[in-house]
Design a protein around this ligand. Structure first.
Ligand SMILES: Nc1nc2c(c(=O)[nH]1)N[C@H]1C(S)=C(S)[C@@H](COP(=O)(O)OP(=O)(O)OC[C@H]3O[C@@H](n4cnc5c(=O)[nH]c(N)nc54)[C@H](O)[C@@H]3O)O[C@H]1N2
Ligand SMILES: Nc1nc2c(c(=O)[nH]1)N[C@H]1C(S)=C(S)[C@@H](COP(=O)(O)OP(=O)(O)OC[C@H]3O[C@@H](n4cnc5c(=O)[nH]c(N)nc54)[C@H](O)[C@@H]3O)O[C@H]1N2
Ligand SMILES: [Mo]
Length: 739
């Protein structure tokens, strides 16, 4: 225990707090969105979840006295790691341009000034961003506040993450979220596992994967990098000692696909499945395809089949970087399995044609009716602990997803009908000078986005920037003309309002909703909850109205849940009674029941228009860079410089490169290089001072860390359908630096 606890400098009682993590009537982990099972393990948290919570509970404090001693310019030159290490913010702060410092301000004054500014600004020039942590209660009210105020510029971290799923998976299955439940994992015979790294990013998923393998389930992995967590199982039940149990082999097949090569790879797999189907029928068998399902439940099969027939193995091999024999073996695993699940993460979503990659995975599943029955389905692994839930309760820029009829009925106002900004569109508005105001409910947005330098230069022109945050970060240090930092409680902390201790709720990757109760005493007596801050901001901005009961709502979150239940009665009825149900309550999923809420009313086969999901193809001297996370970070929050599972330590300014490519370019381990953007526009994108680390990955592919390499991702390089930045498969060139 002590090692992590001391390292993170968490206060006393931290261990007790961890025992309540992810348990009924406890608090829910702030890290990832993996399920909280009905019969939790004593240690129902992983190394990373423990880290995230203990990091929140640090005893370090970033006080107004400290900030008064340092200018913003001076602090902005520090690393995110150093800023984090200052600890928790304790009081509201206002930027003072004259002294270039953040200075203490009272809550009442802060709310009044922000309200006045918001009233001066044209609502459509303001963006309300949310990072996927805030619970359903503040999120519901945040979206309501935005729409009453007059805009739906409501992007959230999902716009850089699983928006490709929200749009792409919805297009083909009608469901913007995964179709599986945790139970399905107990019954599948094969898992196709693409572009997600559970060892680092969702360690609690490792145990169900191990159990599946022990039952005889075969896992076929597609990933350019050999990720240790997928190769063998290391026991996350002893997160504190980080002990390693005797390793179980996890992946049956590990296919090191080229960046974006999943479209071609899945074509190859499906070619084999069709061959096997024909062979089975020729021999008088039932075939591999579920033709009844295809006839009754799907559209577009014939068109897809024609494209599959015309695809040659040459084009499949060159676009995927995989051999025919490997893909045929994977096709055999699919054909032999009764029940198959497809799991994926950022390796599919963060590509220019990411929606098509998802479409191809769904095609594979549809062939044998592997959606909407036990032990089968499509399971995107979400990032933040409540990112899925925020979308569910109205944080969306899309009018079609806003509950506008209910808004009219319950709150007596006319919501905007013009779509708002995605994250990319917000950044474009900043560059164009039309974005005038920003409120960030969490996140370190300026650091997490593509094209850093260009965006940063324009960010400070905004009239108003407001950050609801727990710790200081780089985005806060880019103040607009008026700028405030409003410090909030974390999830493990006691949230006491007028009617007593409050519960908040969130939704996991499997559409289950859980109550979460914090019990720690807050890091400072001046902190407010996110719900209270949203209500106070709304009160300070909007006129009074008999149906807008901000004071009542912030006094009793049960009333907000009643509103959520009235807005979404089918899914959230009796929410207050059901939220502490062990394992959470299931809000249901159409595709899970084979109800397809798509344009055609059926599950749709995708006919791909490209064979590789990268927006820019191969060329001499060009590499495709994959930006990933290490186990020692949570997004832009860097805990340390070790990437334990990849065996890399000491620095995050590195480039992973295959030994064959190193040899070809005359590079050696430890050489220092720069990466230059190679997107073909006239903007110079460059990151210097990167050390070469030999790593097992496909030729032509480089690996490196997010967010250090974000300056290399062009803002316009994003998924075609959803505008999710394509942070995997970024075209770059290597320049050797003089020593
Ligand atoms: N410890 C920790 N946990 C986290 C986070 C964190 O930063 N730290 N972040 C949270 C968030 S917000 C998110 S969204 C999730 C992210 O979790 P992941 O989806 O696992 O995200 P990444 O680390 O970006 O890793 C993506 C994986 O895709 C692979 N990949 C890259 N390109 C391709 C490709 O073209 N095809 C295929 N098949 N694979 C590819 C990479 O090698 C890598 O293994 O994790 C969440 N959990
Ligand atoms: N190149 C590249 N870029 C990427 C990605 C990639 O893989 N590659 N991944 C993308 C993805 S998937 C995502 S989700 C984004 C994430 O990018 P970020 O915006 O970095 O994500 P967060 O972890 O939400 O932000 C951390 C900040 O949130 C604040 N915070 C922490 N806890 C709380 C809380 O409980 N409440 C409030 N109000 N604030 C809190 C703290 O101030 C902290 O500094 O980055 C995206 N950018
Ligand atoms: Mo994410």
């Amino acid at each position: 225990m002590t090692r992590i606890q001391i390292k993170e400098r968490a206060g006393p009682g931290a261990l007790d707090t961890l025992f309540h993590q992810n348990k009924p009537k406890g608090h829910m982990c702030t890290s990832c969105a993996w399920a909280k099972p009905p019969n939790p393990h004593l240690f129902e948290f992983c190394e990373n979840g423990a880290k995230a919570t203990l990091w929140d509970l640090t005893s370090e404090r970033c006080t107004p006295e400290y900030l008064a001693r340092h200018t913003v310019t001076e602090l902005a030159a520090r690393s995110d790691y150093d800023l984090e290490m200052r600890g928790r913010l304790t009081e509201p702060l206002r930027y003072d341009a004259e002294s270039d410092r953040y200075l203490r301000v009272g809550w009442a004054e802060a709310f009044r000034e922000i309200g006045e500014k918001l009233r001066e600004l044209e609502p459509k020039s303001v963006t309300f961003y949310a990072s996927g942590k805030a619970a359903l209660e503040p999120s519901y009210l945040y979206a309501l506040f935005a729409r009453i105020y007059g805009h739906q510029n409501l992007p959230d971290s999902s716009n850089m993450c699983h928006e490709t799923t929200s749009v792409g998976l919805k297009k083909v299955t009608g469901s913007p979220v995964g179709t599986c439940t945790l139970e399905d994992l107990e019954h599948c015979d094969a898992i196709f596992y693409l572009g997600q790294n559970p060892g680092t990013n969702s360690p609690r998923l490792l145990r169900p994967l191990q159990q599946a393998v022990e039952r005889g389930c075969k896992i076929v992995v597609f990933n350019p990098l050999r990720e240790k967590g997928l190769l063998e199982f290391t026991d996350p039940q002893n997160p504190m000692q980080m002990t390693v149990s005797p390793a179980t082999k996890l992946a049956h097949q590990y296919l090191q696909v080229k960046p974006g090569g999943d479209i071609a790879a899945l074509m190859g797999v499906m070619k084999r499945v069709l061959e096997r189907d024909a062979a089975s029928r020729d021999a008088g068998g039932p075939g591999v395809l579920d033709r009844t399902f295809i006839d009754q439940h799907t559209a577009g099969f014939d068109e897809f089949l024609a494209r599959l027939d015309s695809a040659g193995w040459d084009e499949i091999e060159s676009n995927s970087g995989l051999a025919r024999s490997e893909l045929e073996a994977a096709g055999d695993v699919y054909a032999d399995a009764e029940r198959v699940i497809g799991i994926y993460g950022m390796g599919l979503t963060q590509h220019v044609h990411g929606s098509q990659s998802i479409g191809m995975l769904v095609n594979l599943l549809l062939l044998s009716g592997n959606i909407g029955r036990k032990g089968a389905g499509c399971s995107p692994i979400r990032g933040h602990s409540n990112v899925q839930g925020q979308r569910t309760v109205g944080i969306t820029e899309k009018t079609s997803l806003a509950p506008n009829d209910k808004y009219r009925e319950l709150f007596d106002f006319d919501p905007p009908t013009e779509d708002g900004h995605t994250t990319v569109e917000f950044l474009e508005a900043i560059l164009a000078g039309t974005a005038r105001g920003f409120i960030g409910l969490g996140g370190n947005l300026a650091k997490a986005v593509p094209d850093h330098e260009r965006v940063h230069a324009a960010w400070r022109d905004m009239e108003l920037t407001v950050h609801v945050a727990t710790k200081l970060n780089k985005t806060h240090l880019m103040p607009g003309k008026s700028s405030f930092i409003l410090p909030c409680l974390v999830r493990a902390e006691d949230d006491v309002q007028k009617t007593g201790r409050q519960t908040v709720t969130m939704e996991d990757s499997f559409s289950h909703i859980y109550g979460s109760i914090g019990k720690r005493s807050p890091a400072s007596p001046y902190l407010k909850s996110e719900t209270a801050i949203v209500c106070e901001l709304a009160k300070a901005t909007l006129p009074g109205h008999p149906k807008w009961l901000w004071d009542d709502w912030m006094g009793d979150y049960g009333l907000i849940r009643d509103l959520i239940a009235m807005t979404y009665p089918e899914e959230f009825h009796d929410m207050n009674d059901r939220m502490h149900q062990p394992g959470g309550f299931y809000r249901g999923n159409g595709a899970h029941e084979r109800i397809w809420k798509t344009e055609s009313g059926k599950a749709e086969f995708t006919t791909p228009t490209v064979m590789n999901a990268c927006g820019i193809g191969d060329a001499a001297g060009r590499y495709h860079l994959v930006t990933v996370r290490s186990n020692d970070q949570f997004n832009t929050t860097i805990y340390g410089h070790s990437d334990r599972l990849r065996g890399i330590s000491g620095s995050r300014m590195i480039v992973m490169m295959s030994t064959a490519d190193m040899k070809r370019d005359g590079l050696r381990e430890g050489d220092t290089v720069s990466l230059l953007g190679d997107a073909g526009d006239d903007i110079v994108r460059k990151v210097e001072g990167l050390r070469i680390v030999p790593y097992e990955l496909p030729d032509g592919c480089l690996g490196g860390y997010f967010p250090e390499l974000n300056p290399l991702v062009p803002l316009w390089y994003h998924d075609k359908l959803s505008k999710t930045p394509a942070s995997k498969g970024v075209p770059v060139r290597i320049v050797k630096e003089a020593v």
